[in-house]
Design a binder for this molecule. Structure first.
Ligand code: OAD
Length: 244
């Protein structure tokens, strides 16, 4: 088998944008949503990832997030996250737009990070008090309650909810000016993220896809590399990384 190689040769004048999904964290032990053993095979998205489900049974929803938060504590970035972080540290103009809430890009060391669907370590008061980081895991009592007495909810985007407008605006701005767009580990099925590689492509970016299998993005990607992100990304970008 031949080694995967990039046909686009980035230099430090190029803007590189990684669009990542659950597949990039699979090798860190975080389950994906779709496919065999995907979370949505085992759990009901309607019950656990909608406002209506939360209103019906906040304790059940929190128990699921509490479990995911507790599991996330055991997980570390893998070589795919690390490659992207070292590229940023090596002086390349990189940004990561992620659908993941698992915080692994930040843990790997990426600062230029746009989290489309929120963050598992943030909570939001369901009334007025705002959003903040809360790393309690597990919670001693469920559902957790704000100091004002209202319920807290995970600061993540659920089905049927709009994404934060300012986050979306910064994602679109970056996509419009990107030279190389690398899409890693997403099934490309959930909007608006699913359309983002297409927006980059329409704005002139060269699109590279890394996934275990073909997706709708493969139809227009300039190159697709099929296999594990933790194996492929270090090979694609290894020659550009400065060892510190
Ligand atoms: P999915 O679970 O839909 O897709 C994961 C993708 O990663 C699939 O295309 C797999 O083939 C691929 N994959 C799995 N392991 C991989 C590996 N080791 N290396 C490379 N690729 C791998 O996850 P997303 O596309 O991220 O939204 O899902 C999008 C959104 O749907 C999520 O953010 C979540 C979910 O419902 C919300 O909760 C709002």
């Amino acid at each position: 088998m031949t080694e995967p190689r990039l046909r686009f040769h980035p230099d430090k004048s190029h803007r590189i944008t990684f669009l990542t999904g659950a597949g990039i964290s699979a090798e860190s032990g975080i389950p994906t949503f779709r496919g065999e053993k995907g979370l949505w095979e085992e759990f009901d998205a309607e019950e656990l990832a909608t406002v209506e489900g939360f209103e019906r049974n906040p304790e059940k929803v929190w128990a699921w997030y509490d479990l995911r938060r507790t599991q996330a504590l055991q997980c570390k970035p893998n070589p795919a996250h690390e490659t992207i972080a070292v590229l940023e540290k090596s002086g390349f103009d990189t940004a990561v737009i992620t659908q993941n809430i698992d915080d692994l890009h930040r843990l790997a060391g990426n600062d230029r990070l746009i989290e489309l669907h929120g963050n598992i370590w943030k909570v939001k008061c369901t009334r007025f008090c705002g959003v903040w980081e809360d790393r309690t895991a597990p919670y001693p009592h469920l559902p957790p309650v704000c100091a004002c007495g209202s319920l807290l909810r995970p600061h993540v985007v659920w089905f049927g909810e709009m994404l934060d407008e300012s986050i979306l605006a910064s994602a679109y701005m970056r996509l419009g000016e990107t030279d190389l767009c690398v899409v890693v580990g997403t099934s490309g099925t959930v909007q608006p993220a699913a359309g983002m590689a297409g927006i980059a492509k329409a704005s002139g970016a060269y699109v590279v896809e890394v996934n275990l299998e073909p997706t709708p993005i493969s139809d227009y990607a300039d190159e697709s590399h099929f296999g594990k992100a933790g194996e492929i990304l270090p090979k694609l970008f290894g020659e550009y990384l400065e060892q510190n």
